[in-house]
Design a protein around this ligand. Sequence first.
Ligand code: PLP
Length: 448
Amino acid sequence: MTDNGRSAWGNASLQSIKVDGSCVDVPFHWYNVTYHLPEPLPPVLDPKVGPSRIELRQRMMPRALQRQDTETQEWLDIPGEVREKYAQLGRPTPLQRATALEAYLETPAHIYYKREDVFPTGSFKMNSAIPQAYYARQEGYAGLVSQTGAGQWGSGLTLGCRMFGLRCIIYMARVSFFQKPYRRIHMQLLGGEVYPSPSERTEAGRKMLAEHPDHPGSVNSGISEAFETAMSEEGFAYVTGSNSNHTLIHNTVIGLESRLQLEVLDEAPDQLIACVGGGSNLGGLMLPFLSDRLQTGRPRLLAAESAAAPRLTQGEYRYDSGDPAGLTPLIKTYTLGSDFIPPVNHVGGLRQHGGSPLVSLLKHIGLLEARAYGEKDALEAGHLFARLEGVVPAPETSHAIRAAIEEALDAKRLREKRVMVIGFSGHGLLDLGGYEQVLFPAQAASLS
Ligand SMILES: *Cc1c(COP(=O)(O)O)cnc(C)c1O
């Protein structure tokens, strides 16, 4: 990296601001990895036939976010008001060492976890929800509409909208709407308007229900409905919590803080591990380390996905639609096909057919390794982690923990001191029902 680059890393993390009388270290810039990619990112495209999906998106998304999607500058200023909200809600987040887990595994590895669960909504989703609401308000919108799979993006966006005085409409996968009532209630308490998707509220929803009356819904069915609402309701813009470059960019505060925290601890990371759905927490943690990886071969990057939607390990790398209704532009991604309906399980945040073009490119050029885990294997790892470290991971996060345990045992076999960082994407305190059903099925059955 250039000298300029080096000083920019420092600037990004070291300066402090005063917020409500307390001094906090929140990065001044987001990091835009496209500057350092060894291959250009394949652009989004329109299908050869039919109306332009790119124009549709241009009409309904805040312009600042669209600009960030194609931004080539390396560092992007974080607006002052966004930094204040970051600080108010918990940034910088702790980087914690899992010493009890290390002792239990008798591994020479150092296992760190970056605690994105400390946000009031329990996951990293606020990192992008805050700037998205900020830019929407700047551009004069009255409200935002989006979809949520398991509910974490929905509660994050609802709170983001609250903070900037916007209305918020959320389509929540039908399966989660009923399986995770607390997420829905949480959104409603924060002032969100929440509907189960597919719903009777939109044409796209009515069509899906006609074809599959028991349609469990997914992130993607919500996309179709949210699009329709953004086009038909006055003053509403559409936004999304994953896949898009701008979402990954906003989440780079995770990796930028981790870099600095590791530096202070005098540790050089050998491996970064994160779970992957739309790719935003993984990208947020890993992208700020990519130039190190390209220069030194370290850290190694490992993605943990759900065996219920194994697109990185079993999908094809090609252009595909981001949603089943064929409304979003074509993106080049690892995909299981846009008609793939993932089986019902408790890891809503990882249930989708495709993902981030940036994360897919990293996998395609061999910089990112991927493994898929079944729900039970993942939740058992989460259970172990909770007993040893005292924090219940989100079911999604448990996939990363499962991978980290395997790697820590590998380090033990090789007698290798290995410094690992897990992206601890969220807590599981609203997913306890899922843990019970998978880990204690007899108890769950006898009580229901
Ligand atoms: C949303 C979510 C995920 C998956 O989303 P990505 O875009 O892949 O990061 C993982 N873990 C938690 C806790 C989530 O809320």
